[in-house]
Design a protein around this ligand. Structure first.
Ligand code: SF4
Length: 273
């Protein structure tokens, strides 16, 4: 993933996974309120912005993660979303990751010309526990989308996705623990179960991070943010397997100015290290 596009900011807490929402936490550090929802005017047209020579500033082939400080299908954003759909349609050469917990709002808020789905959309439904997975994923399976993913983050309970993965529709499962001011632990056994299920159905699996508290073999590990990704990679629970032997803890994370907002490091280079 290359970059983030937040056409609006702020959100209303929606389900138990929102309890320690990182956007609320980061806003509180700046004396702001995460519940203040507003259109980000300075960034709203990011995908279609051009240079003086007429080139798009976001290069062809990029992937943009959309609404990382909100929810793409947030009700308060209904009047802004049509303009966003138009920009997404204009940039067929860019992939847009859309993420939501508001599964029941998706169908009614797709563009009129959606058809069998825009080719440049990857739609991710978030499910923090089995209850939310069973509510939301059947809706995801019923929507025409070319690329479907499930994000179990923050994973706060054991989840099995077997019956959903066997449909062959889900291309990727992601798992992360709870970070920032969250204290609900992630269990290795939960991650391993999903990894095994993805392995069985040949679905990609990304163990993004351990979260603050990671429990393995009855031992609780307190993991600082900069190393949550490192520990997840060291577990080897990745599909396709990206290998674990060459991963080293890099001290640059400690100085990285992005360490409070990045999803953990694949040594993306943006920290300047
Ligand atoms: S839906 Fe996402 S952005 Fe909105 S409150 Fe919940 S965790 Fe935060």
């Amino acid at each position: 993933m290359n970059d983030i596009w937040n056409p609006w900011h702020g959100c209303n807490k929606y389900s138990e996974g929102c309890k320690y929402c990182y956007m609320y936490y980061l806003d509180s550090q700046r004396d702001k309120k995460g519940s203040d929802i507003y259109k980000v005017k300075t960034n709203f047209n990011l995908p279609v912005r051009k240079t003086r020579s007429g080139e798009y500033k976001i290069p062809s082939g990029s992937e943009l993660r959309v609404c990382m400080t909100s929810d793409f299908f947030l009700e308060e954003a209904d009047s802004w979303r049509n303009d966003v759909w138009k920009m997404i349609k204009e940039r067929q050469d860019v992939t847009f990751w859309l993420q939501t917990k508001r599964a029941d709002r998706v169908k009614a808020n797709l563009p009129d010309d959606w058809g069998s789905g825009y080719n440049n959309i990857k739609l991710t439904f978030t499910a923090e526990n089995q209850k939310r997975a069973d509510e939301r994923i059947p809706i995801l399976l019923d929507i025409p989308v070319k690329y479907k993913a499930v994000m179990c983050a923050p994973m706060i309970g054991k989840i099995t996705l077997d019956k959903y993965l066997k449909t062959g529709q889900i291309k990727l499962v992601l798992v992360d623990g709870e970070n920032y001011d969250g204290d609900r632990p992630l269990y290795y056994d939960w991650v391993k179960l999903l990894y095994d299920e993805c392995s069985k159905y040949n679905v990609d699996f990304d163990f993004i991070g351990t979260g603050n508290f990671f429990i393995k073999d009855n031992k609780t590990y307190r993991v600082v943010k900069a190393y949550q990704r490192v520990m997840a990679l060291k577990s080897g629970l990745q599909l396709p397997n990206i290998g674990t032997t060459t991963i080293k803890v890099q001290p640059k994370c400690k100085q990285c100015p992005r360490r409070h907002s990045c999803n953990g490091c694949r040594w993306c280079g943006k920290c300047g290290g």
